[in-house]
Design a protein around this ligand. Structure first.
Ligand code: ASP
Length: 334
């Protein structure tokens, strides 16, 4: 297998320049090649631009095309690095983990909090770590940031300004870099479960809401009326939702019977849901809501989009959602 690494640029702060309206991703991959060649050392790299976007402007159609491009290139390279804005990076890394399930090479997504043109930026270090991981021959979709490597479907942006912007949620880091070099925890890398087949369809008729005291049930009814097929709810604690004065769970019951898939996750960053404890959680399970368990919000949402892009069969959706596709769910609430 070729050991050459392909670096694909999608934009973000790493490639940013200051313009009249503020920072924009203004550098092409060719403008950054000197720096990238500096950090790649002995590793042979090729570079290409995919797009040049602030990641707030990345949409599911970009995920589909990016997955297709990576799939096309996978046999020509030993690994692929994707440069991406940090804001939606974890959504992209989660969706790519599903669309590129069982890929045979490392696909490593990275970005930075400061532009590569800034001498004190984290950009070079993050690219160095990503290229190193991409050359590791360990297959899967990963995120490299601040001297650590995380599973793509477990990474989440937890800090808006610090260099330590990402954490691996409810899952160990795949690798860390210290004065001893890069140490990869191979026991944390999910095993490939079959042959690779690009699966880049998705449904964008999916909505996400955060529970808050005062939420109106009409809001959820309106979502269902708009033809949405899936709803991901960030509920309270281990999966709590109201059912007394305002019967939110009763409304969910109606929309689930109408054919919508509802997944219940949590607003808590760590440890996930456990809906078989309180009456409220049991009620939600009783009406057929699915449980996000220890998935990140990014993985829970993109998994729903991905599955709804493949099937409309309600029992298939239910079965697929509980399967561990790429290491995103342990199935056990902690
Ligand atoms: N707004 C930028 C983006 O997500 C932030 C970053 O890259 O750090 O594209």
């Amino acid at each position: 297998m070729s050991r050459k690494i392909l670096i694909i640029n999608t934009g973000g702060t790493l490639s940013a320049v200051m313009k009249g309206n503020g920072l924009i991703p203004g550098l092409s991959i060719y403008d950054m090649q000197k720096e990238l060649r500096m950090v790649s050392g002995d590793t042979d790299i090729e570079i290409e631009d995919f797009c040049s976007l602030d990641s707030a402007n990345i949409f599911p159609e970009d995920w589909g095309l990016l997955a297709e491009r990576i799939s096309e290139c996978r046999n020509q390279y030993g690994g692929i690095v994707v440069i991406h804005g940090t804001d939606t990076l974890a959504y992209t890394s989660s969706m790519l983990s599903f669309m590129l399930r069982n890929i045979g090479i490392p696909v490593v997504i990275t970005g930075s909090q400061l532009s590569i043109t800034n001498p004190v930026a984290d950009a070079m270090e993050n690219c160095r770590c990503a290229i190193h991981m991409a050359a590791s021959q360990i297959p899967g979709v990963f995120v490299a940031f601040n001297r650590k490597v995380m599973l793509g479907c477990r990474a989440s942006k937890v800090r808006s300004l610090s260099f330590d912007a990402f954490e691996s949620i409810n899952y160990p880091n795949i690798a860390t870099i210290s004065s001893l070099g890069m140490k990869i925890d191979t026991t944390a890398v999910p095993e490939r479960t079959g042959i690779f087949k690009l699966a880049n369809s998705y449904s964008d008729k999916v909505c996400m809401i955060k529970m808050f005291p005062g939420i109106h049930t009409e809001f959820v009814e309106a979502v269902a009326d708009q033809g949405y097929k899936g709803l991901y709810i960030e509920a309270y604690g281990i999966g709590g939702m109201p059912f007394l004065k305002h019967d939110f769970i009763g409304t969910l019951d109606k929309i689930i019977r109408g054919g919508m898939t509802v997944v219940v996750g949590t607003q808590c960053r760590y440890e996930g849901t456990k809906m078989d404890v309180y009456e409220t959680g049991k009620r939600a399970l009783g009406i057929g809501a699915l449980e996000a368990c220890d998935m990140t919000g990014e993985a829970a949402l993109t998994k729903l989009m991905w599955i709804l892009g493949m099937t409309d069969d309600l029992s298939e959706i239910r079965d697929y959602y509980s399967i561990n596709v790429a290491g995103e769910i342990t199935g056990l609430s902690l």
